[in-house]
Design a protein around this ligand. Structure first.
Ligand SMILES: Nc1ncnc2c1ncn2[C@@H]1O[C@H](COP(=O)(O)OP(=O)(O)OP(=O)(O)O)[C@@H](O)[C@H]1O
Length: 237
């Protein structure tokens, strides 16, 4: 159906985000379209991670509606969560590679878990994604033999394996030096240009200045959206 291509990758209607019995963000309504680049900011503890976790179904949605990559998040079952995680990828600030396996094994691990079977295709795909993140022959390296920036590139390569429609990145440059962060950020903008929507939680406001884009801000239990209202990105920090 032609209308399908206009479906947003994220649609939220009147959602409230909870941690235990506490409402962290209330009454959120917004949508994020295919291929958008959106920042998620807000002071520490304001709810960025909680919102992202709800989007990738790691935290229950108890009030309101959410649809992510075509999946209804309300009451989503574990089988569907597995399917959802093939259409979207999530990246964290701590690199989260399996420390006792090589880069290749880390990537194959995800491929196998997501239904890849043919060894030759897997090998080609691995080379493709490593090239996309600007890494050469690192397949046989262990994570600890790589720098933090290189490890994060491997994580991003792993996230690209199944060509996600949406990449959720929770503070992806939080553990990196500024120069290294710049390179990783550039990679996200390249990935975005090739059509993947990106929701990036960040404390690094320099990106907002150098690469302006839509901003969502968690502030005092509400989510502000620069598409809907003007607000000061930098206030209340
Ligand atoms: N597992 C949990 N159980 C109970 N409360 C939690 C849990 N995780 C977070 N919280 C609370 O929810 C609120 C929002 O936390 P959250 O981690 O979403 O904020 P954040 O904006 O991502 O912060 P940061 O920038 O420090 O990562 C905080 O008050 C926090 O203490």
């Amino acid at each position: 159906m032609s209308s399908f291509s206009n479906e947003p990758v994220i649609r939220i209607e009147n959602a409230t985000i909870f941690q235990e019995d506490k409402a962290i963000l209330s009454d959120i309504s917004l949508s994020i379209g295919k291929g958008e680049f959106v920042y998620l900011i807000g002071r520490t503890g304001s709810g960025k991670s909680s919102l992202m976790k709800t989007l990738y179904a790691d935290l229950d949605l108890r009030l309101g509606q959410m649809e992510v990559a075509g999946f209804k998040i309300n009451g989503i079952k574990s089988k569907q969560i597995a399917q959802l995680r093939r259409k979207i990828s999530v990246i964290f600030q701590d690199f989260q590679l399996l420390a006792d396996r090589t880069v290749a094994e880390n990537l194959y691990f995800v491929m196998k878990a997501t239904g890849w079977k043919e060894k030759s295709k897997m090998k080609t795909r691995m080379a493709d994604v490593l090239m996309r993140v600007g890494l050469g022959a690192v397949d046989n390296k262990m994570p600890h033999q790589l720098s933090g920036g290189e490890q994060q590139r491997v994580v991003i390569a792993r996230a690209l394996i199944n060509e996600p429609v949406l990449l959720i990145a929770d503070e992806p440059t939080g553990n990196l030096d500024p120069e290294v962060s710049e390179g990783i950020f550039k990679l996200f903008t390249d990935i975005n240009k090739s059509g993947t929507a990106i929701l990036m939680g960040t404390h690094d406001h320099s990106f907002l200045d150098t690469h302006p884009s839509r901003v969502l801000k968690c502030q005092q239990g509400k989510l502000l959206d620069s598409d809907q209202e003007d607000f000061d990105f930098k206030s209340n920090y």
